[in-house]
Design a protein around this ligand. Structure first.
Ligand SMILES: Cc1cc2nc3c(=O)[nH]c(=O)nc-3n(C[C@H](O)[C@H](O)[C@H](O)COP(=O)(O)OP(=O)(O)OC[C@H]3O[C@@H](n4cnc5c(N)ncnc54)[C@H](O)[C@@H]3O)c2cc1C
Length: 355
């Protein structure tokens, strides 16, 4: 295990990766305003809404080509195969790009190394947002996404309306968080809502394939209600793997309330309340509570890692959740100092990454 390698990786990541929720919301406003547009804004001639929609972001105005392989520099057409409701405001969307547009399968090319995402463009308003293929991409060019629709969200609503046979455009792959094997003893992933998608991709590509035998993983996931818990396509592999590999992978579910229909009985019983210090400490075996949710679910087989072990905390979810657990993002899309629960626990920034 090499802590300085871990620290170096985190420093590199601070420069190269992008964040899950907040960046995408502000992304269309992020690039520098041309003088003319600034002037027009000053005159009040262009409102925020039209700026948001029509500001000429060079990336989302990237060309579309059905002739060159999938790449971050241009959009590639993709066909919707299915788009199934998977919760009150989520859908499982399956799309495919033509197999001859897949980049060459070169082991030296880390493009599809987890965790990666693609930008999907809303053709109606020329806005793009990043989404995470749950299982990466297969040799037929298929990708599966779990997509949430926000009441006033643009691209999520647009994608929810897509039907089998419709064409969309996407560009990528782009690195969300480049996983490196053999660096961490333990990885604690904390997610809320669709923030589980990058962790599911890591689970599918790395954890369940047992390529890294020396790292232990914990996923603590929170949803608003049992009906909002991710669909069986996501939860069943996680649940089954956790049951069969409890020494390597642990799963804890949390809900804000038990309102509405109950969760399927084969899932781990969700705990009510937010993921807080107690839950994180219990997952690390730092709590002596005999009747904790962890011991009720997993018996006495708590991991025995001290908090100052070589542990990485990855956090992905809505801004308020990120802030409560790891502190808010910094300015200019930086990670910002560690705050919230992880700061209370004395976790240094080299062991925290906010996706
Ligand atoms: C690397 C990465 C991977 C991602 N993967 C996924 C994924 O797999 N699945 C997924 O569902 N999401 C994912 N996201 C999030 C996704 O990119 C979008 O941010 C999300 O879908 C919302 O986009 P939208 O266009 O639908 O909503 P937006 O239009 O961006 O709105 C988002 C929220 O802001 C609110 N809002 C909109 N306009 C305003 C306004 N003027 N003032 C105040 N609030 C406003 C909306 O009501 C909504 O709550 C990922 C993000 C990143 C960075």
């Amino acid at each position: 295990m090499n802590r300085s390698t871990g620290h170096r990786l985190l420093c590199e990541l601070r420069r190269t990766t992008h964040r899950f929720y907040s960046q995408s919301r502000s992304q269309p406003r992020r690039t520098h305003l041309p003088r003319t547009l600034t002037f027009a804004l000053g005159l009040g001639a262009i409102g925020c809404t039209s700026l948001y929609f029509f500001y000429p972001d060079p990336s989302r105005s990237a060309p579309t080509s059905a002739k060159v392989p999938l790449s971050p520099s241009h959009f590639t057409p993709a066909i919707v195969l299915s788009n199934e409701l998977s919760g009150p405001d989520t859908k499982l969307l399956q799309v495919t790009v033509a197999p001859d547009l897949l980049p060459p399968n070169d082991p030296a090319n880390p493009s599809f190394a987890p965790i990666w995402s693609v930008y999907i463009k809303d053709d109606d308003i020329q806005v793009e947002r990043p989404y995470t293929p749950l299982e990466g991409i297969d040799e037929r060019g298929c990708m599966l996404f779990w997509i949430k629709k926000y009441p006033k969200g643009e691209v999520g609503r647009w994608l929810h309306a897509k039907r089998p046979g419709d064409q969309i455009a996407l560009r990528g792959p782009l690195a969300t968080w480049p996983w490196k094997e053999g660096v961490w003893d333990e990885v604690v992933m904390i997610s809320g809502g669709t923030g589980i998608t990058p962790f599911y991709q890591l689970f599918h590509s790395v954890i369940s394939r047992q390529t890294d035998q020396n790292t232990r993983f914990t996923l603590l996931h929170s949803s608003r209600t049992p009906a909002d818990i991710p669909p069986p396509h996501i939860m069943d592999p996680l649940t089954n793997y956790a049951a069969e590999n409890s020494g390597r992978f642990r799963l804890g579910l949390f809900v804000d309330s038990f309102d509405g229909p109950a969760a399927p009985s084969h899932l781990p019983k969700a705990q009510i309340g937010r993921i807080g210090r107690g839950a994180i400490e219990q997952s690390l075996g730092l709590s002596n509570a005999q009747d904790s949710w962890w011991t009720r679910i997993f018996g006495k087989t708590q991991p025995a890692k001290p908090v100052n072990g070589n542990i990485l905390f990855l956090v992905c979810g809505p801004d308020p959740m990120i802030s409560a657990i790891a502190g808010p993002y910094g300015r200019n899309f930086s990670q910002g100092p560690v705050g919230g629960v992880l700061r209370e626990m004395g976790i240094p920034s080299k062991q925290v990454w906010k996706l």
